[in-house]
Design a protein around this ligand. Structure first.
Ligand code: FES
Length: 149
């Protein structure tokens, strides 16, 4: 794919987002924020009895890259288990978005993934309480550390 192909891929997700909007009665609701710009993404997830994600959506206002990455991420997490989402590699998302295009905007590209990882990491212990997980705002970059190659 050329740089232009990646830009068009990002713009298509931005203009025609997949799974955008709120989910009623989610099992996980997490808000993630980027301290630098103040953008916030909220992710809603429904999980079945086998800890598999059966529905997911995102909401929020942000830059083109953060919203496109959120849309792409929803496609990728639906059908995965909580453990599989926890083990997802940031680099996979970055490669799909086009590393060359997003490398100077990593906070934007990884905001949604940071946010869902915060949710799935908290979910197992929270599930034991029998309540829905509603997490306060989590600042991006909390989880990925130096995972980005
Ligand atoms: Fe805020 Fe991209 S500028 S997430």
């Amino acid at each position: 794919m050329t740089r232009q192909d990646y830009i068009e891929f990002i713009l298509d997700h931005y203009n025609n987002p997949h799974h955008k909007g709120k989910l009623d009665d989610p099992d996980i609701l997490v808000n993630g924020g980027n301290p630098g710009c103040g953008d916030i993404v909220t992710i809603f997830v429904k999980v079945d009895d086998n800890d598999r994600i059966v529905e997911a959506s995102f909401d929020g206002q942000g830059c083109t890259i953060s919203m496109a990455a959120s849309s792409l991420l929803m496609d990728k997490i639906i059908g995965k288990t909580i453990a599989e989402v926890n083990a997802m590699d940031y680099n996979e998302l970055v490669e799909e978005l086009g590393r060359e295009v997003v490398q100077s905007r990593m906070r934007c590209a990884t905001l949604a993934m940071d946010t869902i990882k915060a949710g799935v990491r908290a979910y197992p212990s929270h599930k034991a309480t029998g309540k829905k997980l509603v997490a306060p705002i989590i600042l991006s970059e909390t989880f990925r550390g130096d995972e980005l190659g």
